[in-house]
Design a binder for this molecule. Structure first.
Ligand SMILES: NC(=O)c1ccc[n+]([C@@H]2O[C@H](COP(=O)([O-])OP(=O)(O)OC[C@H]3O[C@@H](n4cnc5c(N)ncnc54)[C@H](O)[C@@H]3O)[C@@H](O)[C@H]2O)c1
Length: 394
């Protein structure tokens, strides 16, 4: 992770986070561990909880605690109460800054004892669903400090959501099931950047991809990109493999299960496990064979059909594969580290609300990554610079 390594070297010298306590709720993976080590090198005291009970890699949690002294509150497979308790433990440290992935930490901070909010100066949010929740909090004037929407920065959208989620979700489908994608119909629900990445990668492996959407311009974009666009009611009967990635709830429900093929594969790569109505499946199936392969549960329906649900409907790319590759998280977390540094300097002068990542950070990240990839680009000359900022020349 060369971008993070270069930031670490500077942080060690400059100590921009000296004296700051940071509580984070992130997927406890090797890439997150690197971010923790960089922030620690900058002088911060760290308290890390999980952003999802199935994404925690226990060996990483232990290594962070024992070798680096990061207070880690996370265990793979934790139940809801334990997961919430871990968030509370991170918040009990009295953080100045919070790093969130999905807004569970910030939401808990605003619904728990009010004194917890007292010292919090600002935060960063890593994913689309978290930003949606934060904007809802800001609209209700409930949000009490400034938060940078790291997810919305152009480089994060392209690098993490499109390429990271795209590749790692398809990787998870293959690892979990060993399915041959060529010749299969893959239904992708949601054509945001995550859905675009998944649809592209599945097509690249020979699948026939169907997209479902509720947004007319996204649906049009899918159609113009050469994907079939159908309502889910129709796609449900055609699909061999389904991937939900909408950030919404109830995308695959009873009506869809009723017409799916025998042995259809169901996976979710959206943030929460609400996109596939597993509660209905659990209540109405005749039998569940858990773990027919790792991360695969087989639901037997009354008419004899079987539906294969991956990773209990949770983020499949993190539970059944390794999440975004380090090259993606390098850029993403280099952005987080620079945003934390920026917040340490500026949070005190900002009103509560959701803020875009400063463009200079985004540009700097793109430059770092291009350098790491050995790619050089052209520069505007003086004449072009003048032309682009003038209205007199046509
Ligand atoms: N798996 C990962 O590692 C990973 C990484 C980044 C983001 N995410 C999560 O993936 C989800 C999608 O992220 P995004 O950045 O693409 O978001 P986005 O909001 O840009 O795109 C979601 C799309 O889903 C569509 N949609 C909403 N409800 C729908 C429905 N019922 N049926 C069909 N389409 C529907 C929306 O119109 C939108 O176009 C979020 O929950 C986000 O947090 C996951």
């Amino acid at each position: 992770m060369p971008a993070l390594a270069s930031i670490r070297a500077r942080f060690e010298r400059e100590q921009p986070l000296a004296g700051l306590r940071i509580a984070a709720a992130l997927h406890v993976t090797p890439e997150t561990a690197n971010l923790m080590i960089v922030l620690q090198a900058g002088g911060a005291e760290l308290h890390l909880a999980a952003a999802n009970p199935l994404s925690t890699q226990d060996d990483i949690a232990v290594a962070l605690l024992e070798r680096y002294g990061v207070a880690v509150h996370a265990r793979r497979g934790a139940d809801r109460a334990t997961y919430d308790g871990h968030l509370d433990a991170a918040l009990a440290a009295g953080p100045h800054l919070v790093l969130d992935d999905g807004c569970d930490l910030v939401s808990r901070l605003h619904t728990g004892p009010s004194q917890r909010l007292a010292g919090v100066q600002g935060g960063c949010e890593q994913t689309s669903t978290g930003v949606v929740r934060l904007r809802a909090m800001a609209a209700e004037q409930a949000l009490r400090f400034p938060v940078l929407a790291v997810n919305d920065s152009p480089i994060q959208q392209s690098f993490a959501n499109r390429h990271g989620t795209g590749q790692s979700t398809v990787d998870a489908l293959v690892r979990a099931t060993n399915v041959l994608l060529a010749g299969r119909t893959v239904v992708v629900a949601g054509f945001g950047n995550c859905g675009k990445g998944i649809a592209d990668r599945a097509r690249g492996l020979g699948a026939s991809v169907v997209v479902t959407e509720v947004d007319p311009s996204r649906a049009l974009e899918a159609a113009m990109s050469g994907f079939r666009v159908l309502p889910m009611a129709q796609a449900a009967a055609e699909g061999d493999i389904f991937v939900t990635v909408t950030g919404n709830r109830g995308v695959l429900t009873e009506a869809h299960f009723a017409v799916m093929k025998d042995h259809a594969i169901l996976a979710n790569s959206g943030h929460f496990d609400l996109e596939i109505d597993l509660a209905w499946l659990r209540a109405h199936c005749v039998d569940v064979r858990s773990g027919v392969r790792p991360q695969v549960d087989e639901y037997l329906l009354a008419d004899g059909r079987r539906l294969l649900v991956l990773a209990e409907g949770r983020l499949v790319n993190l539970a059944a594969a390794e999440g975004h590759p380090p090259a993606v998280m390098d850029v993403s977390f280099a952005g987080q580290a620079l945003c934390v540094e920026w917040l340490a300097q500026h949070a005190g002068s900002l009103e509560p609300g959701v803020y875009d990542v400063p463009p200079a950070i985004d540009r700097g990240l793109a430059e770092l990554q291009l350098a790491a990839m050995g790619i050089r680009i052209d520069r505007l000359d003086h004449e072009q610079q003048t032309y682009l900022t003038s209205w007199r020349q046509g």
